[in-house]
Design a protein around this ligand. Sequence first.
Ligand code: UD1
Ligand code: UDP
Length: 363
Amino acid sequence: MKIVNIVGARPNLMKIAPIMDAYAAVPEISPLLVHTGQHYDRNMSDLFFRELGIPEPDLNLGVGSGSHAEQTAEIMRAFEPIVIAERPDRVLVVGDVNSTIACGLVAVKLGVSLVHVEAGLRSFDRSMPEEINRILTDSISDLLFCTEESGVENLRKEGVASEKVHLVGNVMIDTLLRHQSRAEASTVLEDLGLEARGYAVLTLHRPANVDDPAILGQLLDALEVVARDLTVVFPAHPRTRAQLATPELAARVASLGGLRILEPVGYLDFLKLMSGARLVLTDSGGIQEETTILRVPCITLRETTERPVTVELGSNQVVGRDPQRILAAYREVMSSQTVRGGIPPLWDGRSAARIVEVLREGA
Ligand code: UD1
Ligand code: UDP
């Protein structure tokens, strides 16, 4: 069975790494890896291949950035001849980025079975580009692997046949558990002069948070208060960095003494930063899950989450972008002696093995 596996953006790399590893134990499957090139900076892509031991992509489509239509269309245009030439039995996509839906559409239109890893997650907010990508990808997939029970339930409500759906746990957590002890050896805290629990970690990249300077400025109002108590370490996504450099915000950001803006950091350093933090503030999807396992308080700067198990069982609070609500959650975290949280079912480091076993059975 030939399976073409797709990566494009940073979070896809943590998800594909354990799946590529698990294929190695299954001789019936010959995997190919295709990188769309959606992310291309060294610290948004190449670095993770090396750190996570992901094999070099067999092909890189080199598509790069663009509007949604341009990026999605260019990926489709570049991927179609590959599917025609390779004639895979399946195409496997992960997550919810433009590369996910673009390659999924190409596959099914050529009659190739589509596998979606991280299926069924729903924020129920259709203004998020990822929500559109999730709904569309799930609706054309032949095999759907879910990280949490809410995903299974959402797919059932949408009428997806139950035999296509498998609850397997979370491949991003496979990667975390596999690399946790290596991350412990990172010297990033010493390098940045930080003490464990003496700082917060911040990430922001959702268009709804960063594209409008007025909204990003409102988030900075809250972060300014946090930065009076704790150093706020902020590895900034390129989308966000560009906004922070605009005339509306540049001077304000420069005056925020406690805010340490960095380039995006590697996975091992980032894992070490998260695990040593007093709290994490984020609008990332994956980071809500990783902090759940690390049992580090997470304040999610969004109105919704597609990962409700991180709130029900984990250490996550979804507070939106109103500074008063953010600061109320922050004060609650700072005054609390204990961290809420438990481990969601099947987030045990064996999710990729379960996925590959289902794929093998279908070989
Ligand atoms: C994408 C995903 C988002 C995911 C995020 C992970 C979509 C619709 N969005 O958002 O779901 O959470 O990746 O990080 O697929 N840029 C660079 N260098 C790079 C990559 C991007 O400078 O290597 C800049 C470009 O100016 C680009 C912008 O970032 O226009 C946005 O990149 P894009 O891939 O379109 O979306 P993300 O915001 O990264
Ligand atoms: N991450 C990283 N370095 C950083 C920021 C994030 O290695 O500077 C990792 C993080 O640990 C997680 C993934 O990138 O594994 C999350 O990616 P991102 O937040 O870009 O995407 P999302 O999960 O929101 O789609």
